[in-house]
Design a protein around this ligand. Structure first.
Ligand code: ATP
Ligand code: MG
Length: 429
């Protein structure tokens, strides 16, 4: 039997992984410029953390978690999102006792049992940021702007920020009843999932993608009309900050987000050309999460960004993404003595920063040159018996075809200068 990757997962191979390095490096750079520090939490946590943090009646907890019992009979779950683990770490390491805010970011795999399709996988990756400790609207605006800044540095500008305010537990409670009163007489026309949600988690009906439910939801009372004054003020300040930063946004009262921990601001950043899986980034404020999972009352706001969806979006937009890169130098050594000398010299060349490889396959000179071309080497050095005796090396530029003969002892300096010049040229691009 041929063993393949599990459904909904994928290998990231050379040629593709360079794109990941590139976007991840940009994420780290932007996050650190905004004052965020990286946190790495385990890929699995106690199941209870997600049940309490995300909420028992959410799709993620009800249907999408990879939960298993380990040999010690503990119930563990592969993380289905990054915020709950970050919140647990915040509590566990007493971050509340330090000067606030606490600004964490993370990059890594996320696991959800979903129906795989383009842009939707069972293992995907997220870049996420969390600001713990600030209840102020400026923190909401900062995380939204961070995400947009990252997109724009990657060359993406055709994105829309959709925001909503889903209120605090107090005002949401009264809206909840209004919504139930509206939906109950129409329940027969809702999908089976939504009929179930109606009593358990009616706000989730607003988020349903089924056409029948969408039609009912279109005329549903809006949460915007049921917010308390504090929630209203908070939202209008968030919008002020976004306007001040010239951010294009759209207020969309139908955005409620899939996780229970959100309060007040929720947002999604969508790219119109990505089909059904158009949400590249989703986030919001979660003022009760830390308390819900056992910590001191601490507000928070953050987002999670799907890296696979981001890469799809960058590709669709023709944005720059790096590809595979061959070595700077291939040393074609002919004969044992030359190969030994080349082998010893490569150590020094690599220390000097040169990306260099030689023959590990016992190929003929002709086959080595063909191979060097195939892997995209920029220069080839030929070192045979005659060159060895003369203390020289023949150098050939693969693209452009120039040739040189230089002293073997000058090779490292010659190359670093050459490559340095080319590297400078590349920077102008
Ligand atoms: P969706 O509505 O598309 O299911 P979500 O609301 O479940 O998204 P979040 O929990 O907000 O997603 O996760 C943040 C981001 O992670 C999403 O905006 C998306 O870019 C990405 N994402 C979520 N689930 C998946 C998945 N199964 N495969 C790939 N990316 C995903
Ligand atoms: Mg989902």
């Amino acid at each position: 039997m041929k063993i393949q990757v599990p459904k909904g997962t994928q290998d990231i191979l050379p040629g593709e992984v360079e794109k990941w390095h590139y976007v991840e490096a940009m994420m780290r750079k932007v996050a650190s410029q905004y004052g965020f520090q990286e946190i790495r939490t385990p890929l699995f946590e106690h199941t209870e953390l997600f049940q309490r943090g995300i909420g028992m009646t959410t799709d993620v907890v009800e249907k999408e978690m990879y939960t298993f019992e380990d040999k010690g009979k503990r119930s563990l779950t592969l993380r289905p999102e990054g915020t709950a683990g970050a919140a647990r770490a915040f509590i566990e390491h007493s971050y509340a006792a330090r000067p606030q805010p606490t600004k964490f970011y993370y990059i890594g795999p996320i696991f959800r049992y979903e129906r795989p399709q383009a842009g939707r996988y069972r293992q995907h990756h997220q870049f996420g940021v969390e600001v713990f400790g600030s209840p102020l609207p400026i923190a909401d605006a900062e995380v939204i702007i961070l995400a947009l800044d990252l997109f724009s540095r990657l060359g993406l500008t055709e994105l829309t920020v959709k925001l909503n305010n889903i209120g605090c537990p107090t005002c949401r409670q009264s809206y909840r009843q209004v919504l139930i009163d509206y939906l109950t007489p129409r329940a027969d026309n809702l999908c089976a999932d939504c009929r179930n949600r109606l009593t358990r988690n009616p706000l989730r009906v607003l988020d349903c993608k089924q056409d029948g439910c969408g039609a009912i939801v279109a005329n549903a009372p809006s949460i915007t009309d049921h917010l308390c004054q504090d929630c209203r003020d908070h939202f209008s300040r968030v919008l002020d900050y976004l306007r001040a930063a010239a951010v294009r946004y759209e207020v969309d009262p139908k955005i409620v987000r899939g996780l229970d921990y959100y309060t007040r601001t929720v947002f999604e950043i969508v790219y119109s050309g990505l089909g059904a899986q158009s949400t590249v980034c989703g986030g919001g404020r979660y003022d009760n999460l830390i308390e819900t999972v056992g910590g001191p009352a601490t507000p928070g706001v953050g987002f999670g960004m799907g890296i696979e969806r981001l890469l799809l979006t960058l590709e669709k937009n023709g944005c720059y993404l790096p590809g595979e890169r061959g070595p700077d130098l291939y040393i074609a050594a002919i004969g044992d003595a030359a190969l030994e000398q080349a082998f010893a010299a490569m150590y020094g060349l690599r220390q000097a920063g040169v990306h260099v490889v030689t023959d590990l396959m016992g190929r003929s000179l002709k086959a080595q040159l063909k191979y060097a071309d195939k892997i995209g080497a920029r220069y080839v050095a030929v070192l045979g018996e005659a060159e060895l005796a003369a203390g020289q090396v023949q150098l050939k530029q693969m693209q452009g075809g120039e040739d040189w003969v230089i002293a073997w002892s000058d090779l490292a300096d010659w190359l670093t200068e050459k490559l340095g010049l080319e590297a400078n040229k590349e920077e102008v691009r």
